[in-house]
Write a protein that binds this ligand. Structure first.
Ligand SMILES: [Zn+2]
Ligand SMILES: [Zn+2]
Length: 173
């Protein structure tokens, strides 16, 4: 847990660098393999009650290609420029609302800025939903499993996808 006491951030700002274990942080997702801990380098500064966090998160990660299933390294370098605001008193204690998108602010409570929340959210937003080793990856043959990037196979062209949907539907009946 990396937390900072907001009132102790000096006027000149607070540079911080630390590492986070992806598993402990809860960013481990299927198809992504973290090669090393994430490394976070940020600077915190205060403007009134707001705490701004700028810097970057380096994520050494390899993904499994959604098409050909081969693993490929694709380290992420995520820029951070976020703001923590004191949470409004109307919120229940222990409730940490998370922003719905990158443009929204984070909140801190009881003078504690939980940087883990920010790191988790930024990394989850940056992970590709359907990683592909390269844009033109041809994937595997759906019938024999041949890697079509490497060579062709002799299978018949895939059946009409509309029929496949129907077949799936009938299978579930
Ligand atoms: Zn691929
Ligand atoms: Zn085939």
């Amino acid at each position: 847990m990396t937390q900072v006491v907001a009132s102790k951030i000096p006027a000149e700002g607070l540079p911080l660098s630390f590492t986070e274990d992806p598993a402990a942080l809860g960013v481990a997702v299927l198809g992504a393999r973290f090669l090393q801990p994430l490394s976070v380098e940020v600077r915190l500064s205060k403007a009134g009650n707001a705490v701004t966090v700028t810097g970057k998160i380096a994520v050494p990660v390899a993904f499994e290609c959604a098409r050909c299933l081969r693993e490929f390294p694709a380290p992420l370098d995520i820029p951070v420029a976020s703001k923590f605001l004191p949470s409004s008193p109307s919120l229940a204690p222990g409730h940490h609302p998370m922003p719905e998108n990158e443009a929204e602010d984070y909140y801190y409570q009881d003078d504690i800025v939980a940087l883990d929340d920010l790191v988790r959210q930024e990394v989850l937003l940056a992970l590709p939903f359907s990683p592909q080793c390269r844009p033109e990856c041809r994937g595997l043959c759906g019938q024999c499993g041949q890697d079509l990037n490497v060579g062709t196979c002799t299978c018949a062209p895939p059946p009409d996808p509309r029929l496949a949907v129907l077949r799936e539907y009938l299978k579930k009946q």
